[in-house]
Design a protein around this ligand. Structure first.
Ligand SMILES: C[S@@+](CC[C@H](N)C(=O)[O-])C[C@H]1O[C@@H](n2cnc3c(N)ncnc32)[C@H](O)[C@@H]1O
Length: 353
């Protein structure tokens, strides 16, 4: 792969098209991004869908060009809403990616249990991540991203393997429905950006599709989640961010130190630094802090994806029981929430915490 003249471990402060024009063919191993959705968010001007897609086509053509032969692209999008209609953007992006000879591997649903409640349609509870590869020789390393088996200790009941574990004790493939919590208030990674990636979602992609020392590119870096995760997992990063404010937050996140006012870009960076340096968290602040003092990590509720999957499974179980009660004409069972259903650690089989 050609790595000369490539600005590794840097975020270009400007339009990604200027950066792409300077990059040689095949210089990145993974592209992972969430482009502007054309929703008129504070960082984007809303344009006609066709104009938006033409611009995205130009960027994706260049992305396909700079991707190494064994490389992969993950494109995360939601929907385009206009005058009450809703167009899932991945449907429009799919043929664009195919038109550059890229090969589809997965369409991942990133589901959320919370969000705005719609009144004239079903509430939107997922976005998608399209995974395409440049060729048929591509990396997919399952081992670093396995999740616990549903029945971790299940054994064969008969035959030659009687008594042996019937499933891989290292865990299973996470599947294509992901439940990482999105980065909203109370999430320790939240910065001033309204649409950040959660780091654990990006880590799953980076760890399964790249090796140490390879290059991860995000054309729309925002506040630098992809850069932080790539760096933390010993990969190189590269990308662009048009907005000077978000660009400077991304650099502060990467630096991981308090600024001259004693502020951090988010609570996670603050906690990490205080833990490393043995400093008290109460002495520092972070950009989106609401209360008087930041809390210690031990006092916060930070759940892995498995928690949210368990929560979803429990909720569906409850809805089924409530529906069955309605059909029978019985009183509905009480929804005890996650607390009522909490098991002792040794009883947990579905997901570890
Ligand atoms: C959905 S956000 C990405 C957020 C990012 N994934 C994160 O975790 O912070 C899209 C970002 O693209 C930036 N952007 C929009 N047009 C751009 C362009 N032409 N070149 C570079 N960045 C651009 C916006 O300022 C915005 O921060």
């Amino acid at each position: 792969m050609q790595k000369q003249n490539v600005p590794l471990n840097a975020i270009f402060p400007g339009d990604v098209r200027q950066l792409l024009a300077k990059l040689p063919d095949g210089c990145v191993d993974l592209i992972v991004s969430s482009p502007p959705y054309n929703l008129g968010k504070e960082y984007e001007a809303k344009r006609a869908l066709q104009v938006y897609l033409e611009e995205q086509t130009d960027v994706l053509r260049e992305c396909a060009r700079i991707l190494a032969p064994q490389g992969a692209i993950f494109w995360q999008v939601g929907s385009f809403a206009d005058a009450g209609s809703l167009i899932p953007l991945d449907i429009r992006f799919f043929p664009i990616l195919e038109s550059f000879g890229l090969i589809p591997r997965n369409r991942i649903a990133w589901a959320r249990q919370h969000g705005l409640h719609a009144s004239r349609k079903f509430s939107c509870r997922y976005e998608t991540i399209l995974w395409f590869t440049k060729g048929d020789e591509y990396l997919f390393d399952l081992d670093p991203i396995r999740v616990p088996q549903k029945y971790q200790n299940k054994t064969f009941h008969r035959g030659d393997k009687h008594g042996e574990l019937s499933c891989n004790p290292a865990g299973k493939n996470p599947g294509d429905i992901w439940l990482f919590r999105n980065v909203k208030h109370n999430h320790e990674e939240q910065t001033v950006h309204p649409c950040q990636f959660p780091e654990d979602l990006i880590a799953r992609i980076v760890l399964s599709t790249t090796r140490e020392g390879q290059v991860v590119f995000d054309p729309y870096m925002g506040t630098g989640t992809v850069a932080v995760v790539a760096r933390d997992h010993k990969r190189h990063f590269m990308g662009a961010e048009l907005d000077a404010g978000y660009h400077s937050v991304a650099l502060r996140r990467l630096k991981g130190e308090p600024d001259e006012r004693g502020y951090f870009p988010n609570l996670k960076t603050l906690r990490d630094w205080c833990e490393r340096k043995g400093k008290p968290v109460e002495k520092y602040r972070f950009d989106v802090q609401v209360g008087d003092k930041p809390t210690n990590r031990s006092a916060s509720k930070i759940y892995p994806e498995g928690h949210h999957l368990e929560e979803l499974a429990r909720r569906l179980e409850y809805e089924e029981a409530a529906f069955a009660a309605d059909v029978r004409g019985d009183e509905r069972p009480v929804d005890e929430g996650m607390n009522g259903k909490r098991k002792k650690p040794e009883e947990r089989t579905l997901f570890s915490e």
